[in-house]
Design a protein around this ligand. Structure first.
Ligand code: IMP
Length: 218
């Protein structure tokens, strides 16, 4: 849905609703920051699935980030046709664990696992290897549907390594064990402003912002 707002005498700002298929508060906060220029100048109103009176998140049955992002986006698109809708699926791939936890990142320690439980399992799995390869990458795939229903795909990756112990309280998920290139500290210590400059999600969101700008006007 589009709302037209008159500012002063002459300028017309078209506000576009953009719906995010996520129930993860960490991701929602990051997306708000990443899209903040479009939100602050009134071109975009960011909403998420939790604002709907009734919404049942679909099971993530895909075997790739792309499939799961598409499943999320399609489910919300069915509720919000005619608007921009996007889903994002992301995860951590650790070289020494054959790229696990991968698409299972949110559920690594069990179907309802908390972040701390997933991190504890990851660190334990690393200690089971005598000389673990700690190289890792965060991966993010966004599937967006524009108001006409055309699908757009955006991807981003952040390489780094897994710390020997969790450190820092900022962020979510595995941020407290992920050390980005050239740093000694984890993303949990470095904080969101730092993370949003380099993250997998920021890289996937940059071309998404360009597509939104083309659609809503620069
Ligand atoms: P999804 O919501 O199904 O995409 O699950 C993503 C999971 O991957 C999260 O619950 C985290 O465990 C992990 N993850 C994805 N992106 C990040 C990130 O930016 N920081 C830390 N963990 C992440």
């Amino acid at each position: 849905m589009r709302l037209t707002v008159l500012e002063g005498q002459s300028k017309v700002v078209v506000m576009t609703e953009v719906w995010f298929a996520s129930g993860n508060n960490g991701k929602i906060n990051e997306m708000k920051m990443l899209l903040n220029r479009l939100i602050n100048d009134g071109r975009v109103q960011l909403h998420h699935q939790g604002e709907l009176p009734v919404f049942s998140a679909p099971p993530e049955t895909g075997t790739t980030f792309l499939e799961n992002a598409r499943i999320k986006a399609r489910a919300l698109k069915a509720m919000k046709p005619g608007t921009w809708v996007f889903g994002e699926d992301s995860g951590l791939q650790v070289e020494g664990l054959n790229n696990l936890p991968g698409v299972h990142s949110a559920r690594y320690a069990g179907p309802k696992a908390q972040d701390a439980e997933n991190v504890a399992k990851l660190l334990k799995m690393m200690t089971l290897r005598p000389m673990p390869n700690r190289k890792a990458a965060f991966v993010s795939t966004i599937v967006a549907f524009d108001p006409q229903g055309t699908e757009h795909i955006f991807e981003g990756k952040l390489e780094g390594e897994i710390a020997k112990a969790a450190k820092g309280t900022q962020g979510f998920g595995y941020d407290n064990v992920f050390i980005p290139p050239g740093e000694q500290k984890t993303l949990g210590e470095l904080g969101l402003a730092y993370k949003n400059k380099i993250s997998h999600r920021a890289k996937a969101t940059a071309p998404f912002i360009e597509a939104l700008e083309k659609s809503v006007g620069e």
